[in-house]
Design a protein around this ligand. Structure first.
Ligand code: NAP
Length: 284
């Protein structure tokens, strides 16, 4: 039976440490501030934004929200980003996705000053991560890596298999795992014989968004299984990508959903806001 990686508890521990960092910054009259831009009224985004706001306030990060109408033009969005780039009181900028289809999200991400890009989506940060340089790392992959570190799971020389290659999870995870000296294989919707590949994984990370996709016959005995997926079933229940009840009998470590990777994402966002604040104030 696997050890359950408790993301909720770990996130709480990290946020407590970050609170102390905020208190120390306040002694120098510095208060980190995050600006969140949301366009339209996507219900899931509203929940995410509410959770981010609550966590920021608890840790001591100021939080300012810009709610834009779904009919807004690209120029208005870019003008707001540029205003926030130039505002010395704002340390981090986050554009909540998705945004309406008529807007160009790639251009918007690129307009965010990469030094305030706490989501790690700017090409400069993506490129730095790929080069193994210090950068802002996308919060969910960063949260996964933090779990490995906190549970002393060493990736060096391990076969890591990642299911999914999205820009926000799968791709940055590839770089994060390579930077930890893992041997990385990525599966996506065009991969053949996925099961043969996952069976070889010492560490299996699923980020595809399909309930019960990872079944016990896809998992090697003693593998570490990280479930990034968040799927809402018809009865309202939230599950991951992994058949948790069966796979936990075979794995050495496993993350539950909810209470696994999800809470880590918010902790790493706050971590990135504080990192940005320190960099902008030349504090080590
Ligand atoms: P996404 O953009 O929809 O990407 C899904 C990825 O899965 C794609 O790369 C796709 O391949 C791949 N895929 C689809 N079917 C597959 C299959 N049969 N075998 C292997 N790969 C397959 O999703 P995302 O934004 O990365 O999110 C993935 C999941 O993580 C979702 O459930 C999401 O809710 C969750 N999530 C959780 C957090 C968190 O904080 N815990 C954060 C972000 C996302 P192609 O590239 O070939 O299409």
């Amino acid at each position: 039976m696997a050890i359950i990686i408790d993301g909720k508890e770990l996130s709480k521990k990290i946020r407590e440490k970050l609170k102390i960092e905020c208190e120390n910054l306040e002694k120098n009259n510095i208060k980190p501030q995050l600006a969140v831009i949301m366009v339209g009224d996507d219900p899931a985004s509203k929940v995410y934004v509410r959770n981010k706001s609550k966590a920021c306030k608890e840790v001591g990060v100021d939080y300012v929200e810009y709610l834009l109408d779904k009919s807004i033009k690209q120029k208005e969005l870019i003008d707001l980003i540029e205003k926030l780039n130039n505002d010395k009181n704002i340390n981090g900028i986050l554009l909540q996705s998705p945004i309406p289809k008529h807007l160009n999200i790639e251009e918007a991400f690129e307009k965010i000053d990469y030094r305030k890009d706490v989501d790690g989506f700017h090409p400069m940060n993506v490129g730095k991560l790929a080069l193994g340089q210090d950068s802002f790392v996308s919060c969910t992959p960063f949260g996964v890596i933090k779990m490995f570190e906190e549970y002393d799971i060493d990736l060096c020389g391990k076969n890591v298999v990642i299911l999914g290659r999205s820009n926000i999870v799968g791709r940055p995870l590839i770089q994060c795992c390579i930077n930890k000296n893992a041997t990385v294989t990525v599966c996506h919707s065009k991969t053949r014989n996925t099961k043969n590949i996952t069976r070889e994984a010492d560490v299996l990370i699923s980020a595809i968004g399909k309930p019960n996709f990872v079944t016990e016959d896809m998992v090697k005995d003693g593998a570490v299984v990280i479930d990034v997926g968040i799927n809402r079933l018809d009865d309202g229940k939230i599950v991951g990508d992994v058949d948790y009840e069966k796979v936990k009998e075979k794995a050495s470590y496993i993350t539950p959903v909810p209470g696994g990777v999800g809470p880590m994402t918010i902790a790493m966002l706050i971590n990135n806001v504080i990192k940005a604040t320190k960099q902008q104030n030349n504090i080590k």
